[in-house]
Design a protein around this ligand. Structure first.
Ligand code: HEM
Length: 149
């Protein structure tokens, strides 16, 4: 690592982890909101309040945090020269999974805003488990750094 890289590295990593926390917290919250949203009557004041909360969560936390996590992650991998390491390749697969989940959750919020309620609360509760499992796998990969392919 260069001298500049050595100075930047802990700050980049701290910022990366802070925005990971914001992003994952948002990914936990949004489907929880959907469960409560489903319980409101279509077109009611409560329905409108949930649409407002979901839109704010998407725009203020979820989308900016996901972009910052990816940008800082790419910067970290470049500073540390981790691109050739197997644990990072495995981690990137899970990151793509988390981005896919993010895309599903934000699309579902837009559908709810249009009055479409496709999923049962049971299915939503099951889907709510996905980010926790994926985040656990990512944290194990970055901390343990297993010697993979
Ligand atoms: C394009 C996406 C990403 C890239 C390229 C990336 C890359 C990296 C790199 C290179 C490190 C430094 C590892 C080290 O030097 O020890 C790191 C740290 C970390 N990353 Fe990411 N990351 C990305 C997304 C994520 C996501 C989505 C999460 C969690 C949901 C995450 C969680 C963490 C954590 C917790 C650390 C700190 C590990 C430690 O304490 O050493 N990253 N990341």
């Amino acid at each position: 690592m260069t001298e500049v890289g050595l100075v930047l590295y802990p700050w980049l990593k701290a910022a990366h982890v802070i925005f990971v926390i914001f992003w994952v917290a948002g990914l936990f919250m949004l489907p929880r909101f959907f469960v409560y949203h489903h319980e409101s009557a279509l077109g009611s004041a409560e329905d409108k309040a949930w649409i407002e909360r979901e839109t704010r969560l998407r725009r203020i936390i979820l989308t900016p945090a996901s972009v910052i996590v990816v940008v800082l992650g790419i910067t970290l991998a470049s500073v540390t020269g981790a691109w050739g390491q197997g644990w990072l390749h495995a981690k990137l697969l899970f990151v793509v999974g988390l981005l896919g989940y993010h895309h599903w959750a934000t699309s579902y919020a837009k559908r709810l805003a249009r009055g479409e309620r496709k999923l049962s609360n049971k299915r939503l509760r099951m889907l709510n488990e996905v980010p926790g499992v994926v985040t656990a796998a990512i944290v194990i990969l970055v901390i343990v750094k297993p010697d993979l392919f």
